[in-house]
Ligand binder design. Structure first.
Ligand code: GLU
Length: 281
């Protein structure tokens, strides 16, 4: 079987040791399989994405010895593909417009009859306030669009090769509305979402194996459902462990202290970075 994997950073801050681990692991897996490693720049959020972070991350990856086998895909170039996917879901009545603010949602969930809210991959399960809103006519461009999970959900399954859960992971149709809820597929401010874009682009890049952190394990259930709805193939998933700081907290973009650029400036070599993240040089 062909093996095509990818690293998909958002250019919103410096790459840190956690990114280095993810990128090196994916790259090593592609090379070991005689496959391809691709890069995708996830810059759908124009407020947070910066060209200088894009340039820096490419430079850091090249320094680590990572080579990508095709011109990187840039999500900001891919809006027509996201719009086409959303148009199809809208025509099928599976997405609906939503004007709720975070505060509206908190208030609805805080109502005494609601009980304790479930938390899904994107936060508390949406209480469905806007679910009754009309789904006909032109697709609204200036509101969030949510996926109607009760209408869209079906049982799904995917193959997982990561250390924590290796095997076949199955979901039930009921799990989607109950545990994930009506997630936002298009944000009003930039017309798409992480979930929609990642699914459309993994298919467009011919990704057969998705390698990424186990913090995204729950999001994968959303992605597998979207693949079904959009008629796209489901890759094999490998959710890897996270690199944590000495207190056990996972590294975030704001952890500049662990930025690769800082280690580079202090004279670390790529093999030092490999050792630090537990990958043999
Ligand atoms: N841009 C996402 C991130 O940096 C990529 C996640 C994924 O691999 O799907 O977390």
């Amino acid at each position: 079987m062909a093996f095509v994997t990818r690293f998909a950073p958002s250019p919103t801050g410096p790459l840190h040791l956690g990114h280095a681990y993810s990128a090196l692991l994916a790259h090593d897996m592609a090379r070991a399989a005689g496959g391809n490693f691709l890069l995708r720049i996830e810059d759908i959020d124009p407020q947070r994405s910066k060209p200088e972070w894009d340039a820096q991350l490419r430079d850091d990856l090249a320094w680590l010895g990572i080579r990508w086998d095709a011109e990187p895909m840039r999500q900001s170039d891919r809006m027509p593909a996201y719009r086409a996917a959303l148009d199809g879901l809208w025509a099928r009545g599976l997405i609906y417009p939503c004007t709720c603010t975070r505060r509206d949602i908190d208030l609805a969930l805080g109502a005494p009859q609601e009980g304790a809210p479930h938390h899904g991959p994107d936060g508390p399960v949406y209480p469905g306030t806007c679910r009754h809103r009309p789904r006909s006519g032109p697709r609204p461009m200036d509101q969030h669009l949510r996926l109607d999970m009760a209408a869209a959900a079906e049982p799904t399954a995917f193959a997982e090769t990561g250390p924590g859960h290796a095997g076949t992971i199955a979901t039930t149709a009921q799990g989607y509305p109950d545990q994930i809820g009506d997630i936002v597929l298009a944000r009003r401010d930039f017309g798409t979402s992480y979930h929609l874009s990642v699914v459309v682009d993994d298919a467009a890049q011919g990704i057969t194996h998705v390698t990424r952190g186990e913090d995204l394990f729950q999001a994968t259930a959303i992605h597998v459902l979207l693949q079904r709805l959009l008629g796209l193939p489901t890759p094999v998933y490998h959710h890897h462990r996270l690199i944590r700081d000495e207190t056990g907290k996972r590294l975030a973009k704001r952890d500049d202290a662990r930025a690769l650029a800082k280690y580079r400036a202090e004279g670390a070599t790529p093999d030092d970075i490999r050792r630090m993240v537990g990958l043999a040089p």
